[in-house]
Design a protein around this ligand. Structure first.
Ligand code: SF4
Length: 477
């Protein structure tokens, strides 16, 4: 099954560009997150040292992933939990469905989990008659709207109060005020009963500590604690790269995650779970199942893209990306939007459905600079483009254009001829200001949104030759 939104990429982008609310709210949110991150980074003092240390931890872990996964799984089982390695999305969901049937589950409550989005868990549970309810406020909103998350850490960033009030009013059966406190109160009231009556709780996993087999969750709403402790069965869905070797390593990456994400020193809740409830524990689930999901992650191991598995899902790259600012998360079509999604999605799923994503970037490098674990995102985007070209995936007209350009720069006579032809072909299309705004063929899409300068009446070469020969004054354009 695809991760995708069914519309073609260009239509998704068009839709987003024609939504002024979306663009304004993304601009505001990016500014808020960026400012928060900057202050939090300054408070940390030597941010670069922290980044270097975090990058080293992630690199070491992924280079020895088989060892640490084995250690983690052994420790989870020692603690009384059950571990299932799912190679594919299908295997992960089938395990969950088997468990739901075994427990005769009617209702499942979920805290935020990108892996469960990636594997379409809600949809698959609904198919067998199990109600799956999102308990993270942002996820709850987009579940009611039947949409995908549009940001890794703020899934409903594209919704305003009015839209949320409409969604909640439909559930309430009466008109609710467009007031943040009233709306939050309503959601809390709705969800509280669901927590108490759910048969299974599904959580994600921000980090899995190998040395003790513990799951660490960060949240600002406390819903993760209710999800993991109230239902009798707790299922953890984690990407296989979520591992950190030790608690000391966790300290480094956990110090960077909320600072990079929202500018917080620490989230309101940091929850660590080491196995299910023990004999004298006050609360906790009776069973803990950990589903470790590969789903294409192995494709990155041993390749130029291995370091994409270092990602700690902070969203900082989205918060600085000028492309994300204009098109938002849904335009990417994947549950992972922004620069991380533009790299991760084709790596996980191949180019067939995702060949446009590596091009959804200005290559300004802001993502790489913002990344707390120093993933060279913009280099990887270039590498992905190179791979696509190597596989001859670009349109034939583009390939022909580059072949001609290659020949032109190799042979000076051809280059000069090309310049002359461009001048005669393109200058008549230019407006009064000297820019092409109605380009032909492949230039059309470019000139819809940008100014393309028409070739000068006299090229630099022509001017230079004339100067050399006659020593005269250069002509203006
Ligand atoms: S790629 Fe880096 S900045 Fe982007 S989400 Fe992952 S860790 Fe954060």
């Amino acid at each position: 099954m695809s991760l995708s939104n069914p519309l073609p990429f260009k239509e998704r982008v068009e839709q987003a560009l024609n939504d002024p609310f979306l663009r304004q709210s993304l601009k505001n949110a990016q500014a808020r997150f960026r400012e928060g991150k900057q202050k939090a980074g300054q408070a940390l003092g030597n941010l670069e040292e922290w980044r270097t240390r975090a990058e080293a931890i992630r690199r070491h872990t992924i280079e020895h992933l088989d060892y640490y996964l084995d250690l983690f799984a052994t420790n989870v089982e020692k603690n009384g939990g059950t571990v299932f390695f799912a190679e594919t999305e299908q295997e992960a969901v089938e395990y969950l469905i088997r468990l739901a049937k075994e427990k005769q589950a009617q209702t499942v409550i979920k805290s935020k989990s990108m892996v469960s989005e990636e594997t379409h868990v809600n949809h698959r549970l609904e198919e067998i008659g199990v109600e799956a309810i999102e308990s993270d406020l942002g996820e709850y909103i987009i579940q009611l709207a039947k949409e995908m998350p549009s940001h890794i850490i703020a899934p409903a960033i594209h919704k305003n109060r009015k839209q949320i009030a409409q969604l909640f009013s439909a559930v309430a059966g009466e008109e609710l005020p467009e007031d943040t406190s009233a709306l939050t109160r309503f959601a809390r009231h709705q969800l509280r009963d669901k927590f108490l009556n759910a048969d299974i709780g599904i959580s994600g996993c921000n980090f899995a500590v190998a040395e003790t087999g513990s799951i660490v969750l960060v949240s600002n709403e406390g819903n993760a604690r209710l999800t993991t402790t109230l239902p009798k069965t707790h299922v953890v869905m984690m990407g296989m790269e979520r591992i950190v070797p030790t608690w000391e390593d966790l300290d480094a990456v956990l110090s960077l995650l909320p600072r990079s994400a929202t500018g917080q020193k620490i989230t309101s809740y940091v929850t660590a779970l080491t196995g299910p409830r023990r004999e004298n524990d006050q609360d906790g689930s009776e069973e803990m199942h950990v589903i470790i999901v590969d789903n294409g992650r192995s494709n990155a191991l041993g390749t130029d893209y291995q370091s994409i598995l270092h990602c700690i899902r902070c969203g900082a790259c989205l918060n600085v990306c000028p492309v994300y600012r204009h098109i938002g998360g849904h335009a990417y079509g994947s549950v992972y939007p922004g620069p991380i999604g533009a790299v991760l999605t084709p790596v996980l799923k191949g180019f067939d459905e995702w060949e446009e994503l590596p091009y959804a970037s200005s290559l300004c490098g802001a993502c790489t600079e913002a990344c707390p674990v120093k993933i060279p995102l913009h280099d990887m985007l270039i590498d992905l483009r190179r791979d696509e070209v190597g596989q001859k995936r670009s349109p034939w007209i583009e390939r022909l254009a580059f072949r001609l350009f290659g020949a032109a720069v190799k042979y000076p006579a051809l280059y000069r001829l090309g310049l002359k032809m461009a001048k005669y072909l393109l200058r008549p299309q230019a407006g009064e200001e000297g820019f092409l705004n109605k380009g032909l063929g492949p230039l059309k899409a470019w000139t819809q949104a940008r100014d393309f300068p028409a070739p000068a009446p006299e090229s630099f070469r022509e001017w230079w030759e004339r100067q050399g020969r006659h020593g005269g004054e250069p002509h203006g354009r």
